[in-house]
Ligand binder design. Structure first.
Ligand SMILES: Cc1cc2nc3c(=O)[nH]c(=O)nc-3n(C[C@H](O)[C@H](O)[C@H](O)COP(=O)(O)O)c2cc1C
Length: 245
């Protein structure tokens, strides 16, 4: 079942999947990320700062497991920076509307904005942040304590999120994908989400962190607390991260 917000978007914009797409109609594409206030950005370390001993991708792939219990040890800012880079890092800006990143995306449309619920990261206050891809920086989002509590309560496994060092929330701006592909864009969004989360799993493995993909949450509550509906956004996927016990 599509969340209501998708149905609304679908009904209003894509009644016939064989209609011309906005791209075919010559409509200007949406920008590849949301606007941000440059003055409020928080620096992240260079994602390539981390040094890996005995780096072996075969081991990471073979040992990868979903991990739902985490130690109380915090994630370092270097590690968080690395995980953000591995999941959405910019490798080439093609234009204001199109980018190449560390993960593939249909038509290089990259329809996700990464939100982070930070709970146990060194030198970073707990709270909600947005990853600004073009700058590789964090934008603090002004979320009150009650909003954060409502956000956590929207997950089916609340303890998983409470005990994680950080929770990644991949909010989707469907217009970026659907501009190029019309209704078929929804299929590509879900496929893209898989690529992003798989990179998170493998990158986590490389820094002795555990990862748990999360599809079990209340869509309506998420729409409400993250104020997604009025922007035609939705949340398809999330994942927790924490140091292994
Ligand atoms: C699309 C998707 C959604 C998932 N949602 C949840 C979830 O909401 N909660 C959870 O605890 N695990 C979730 N998982 C993790 C799976 O339960 C886990 O991948 C599965 O048990 C296989 O274990 P493995 O990842 O260690 O191979 C999800 C995995 C995927 C791929």
């Amino acid at each position: 079942m599509l969340p209501d917000i998708c149905k609304k978007f679908w009904n209003e914009s894509f009644i016939n999947p064989f209609d011309k797409t906005d791209r075919q109609k010559g409509v200007k594409p949406p920008p590849f990320e949301l606007p941000f206030d440059e003055d409020n950005l928080i620096e992240l370390p260079n994602p390539k700062n981390l040094e890996f001993e005995n780096f072996n991708l075969t081991d990471f792939i073979e040992n990868r497991r979903t991990v739902r219990n985490y130690s109380k040890n915090p994630l370092s800012l270097d590690e968080l920076s690395f995980l953000l880079w591995a999941t959405q890092g910019l490798t080439k800006k093609l234009s204001d509307e199109r980018s190449l990143r560390t993960v593939p995306s249909a038509g290089a449309r990259h329809a996700f904005e990464t939100l982070l619920l930070v709970n146990n990261v060194e030198n970073l206050n707990n709270g909600l942040y947005r990853y600004v891809v073009s700058k590789h920086k964090l934008l603090p989002l002004n979320f009150e304590k009650q909003d954060i509590e409502n956000l956590i309560a929207a997950f089916r496994n609340i303890n998983l999120v409470i005990n994680a060092a950080v929770t990644f929330l991949w909010v989707c701006a469907p217009e970026r994908m659907c501009w190029a592909f019309g209704a078929r864009g929804y299929r590509y969004i879900l496929l893209d989400a898989g690529h992003v989360c798989q990179n998170l799993y493998l990158a986590a493995e490389a820094i002795d962190c555990g990862c748990c993909a999360i599809g079990a949450f209340d869509d309506e509550e998420m729409n409400l607390v993250l104020k997604l509906a009025d922007k035609n956004f939705f949340l398809p996927y999330a994942a927790t991260i924490g140091k292994k016990c």
